[in-house]
Design a binder for this molecule. Structure first.
Ligand SMILES: [Zn+2]
Length: 238
């Protein structure tokens, strides 16, 4: 399968929370999109692995992605080891994405910043001819860093106003993380995803406002952006 866009993240639900709107928008444009979850999210505070995989399948459908897979890295122990880099390079060679979305390289959660390094180095290795592995060498053309979890000024923002409702549905598909069993309702366990969903919605609103639309998702590129037509540029200055 050949993908146009592949989003790589540490845990199932990271992609929905940080760049789900962009994936929906690109799928609606006719691009072939995909998601690679590095871990199965087995350290999540709620829900069994079976529930979580059902939830991820539901979210996947809502995002309109053509492919979703798990690399099988242990949750809470994401490391950019040689073994995982080679495994990831194998997936890149198979899917041949033109553009890859990675988490920003600085984060509070070690899984998130390690996912960024593992993703970048896996993409790099995939293009090495001499690599002792199957498949035609392939290196993605573009790497975008999703900065939704990071306190950093993005390079650009994608308008997701029309995709926002669908993105919400995809996030809420992870129901076991939102609706604890009665017995657990009074537990003081921190419900990360509840807070995250709320925060991500506020962030989408904030970054939308920054470009003069209702909702947006922020990204950063290491390289500069090239512009052909300075008269047709969007986003009002004054
Ligand atoms: Zn995560």
């Amino acid at each position: 399968m050949k993908l146009d866009l592949l989003a790589i993240a540490a845990h199932p639900d990271d992609v929905e929370l940080t760049c789900g709107g962009t994936l929906i928008k690109m799928a609606r444009r006719g691009y072939k999109t995909g998601i690679l979850d590095l871990t199965a999210g087995e350290m999540g505070t709620r829900g069994t692995p079976e529930t979580r995989s059902k939830e991820a399948a539901k979210a996947t459908k809502l995002l309109g992605v053509a492919w979703r897979g798990t690399l099988g890295v242990p949750d809470s122990d994401v490391q950019p080891s040689r073994q995982y880099k080679l495994e990831l390079a194998g997936v890149i060679r198979e899917l041949r994405p033109k553009t890859v979305i990675l988490p920003y390289w600085q984060a509070r959660h070690p899984d998130h910043y390690h996912a960024s390094t593992l993703g970048y180095e896996g993409c790099f290795l995939a293009g090495l001819k001499q690599l002792p592995m199957e498949g035609e060498p392939h290196r993605p053309f573009k790497i975008l860093y999703s900065t939704s979890y990071a306190d950093v000024r993005p390079t650009f923002v994608v308008d997701i106003t029309k995709e926002f409702e669908q993105r919400r549905k995809a996030i809420l598909a992870f129901g076991s993380q939102f609706r604890p069993a009665k017995r657990a309702a009074k537990s003081k366990v921190f419900l990360a995803i509840d807070r995250l969903e709320d925060e991500m919605n506020q962030l989408a609103r904030h970054f939308g406002q920054m470009i003069g639309v209702k909702y947006g998702e922020p990204f950063l590129t290491k390289e500069l952006m090239q512009i052909e037509d300075v008269v047709a540029m969007p986003v009002r200055s004054i």
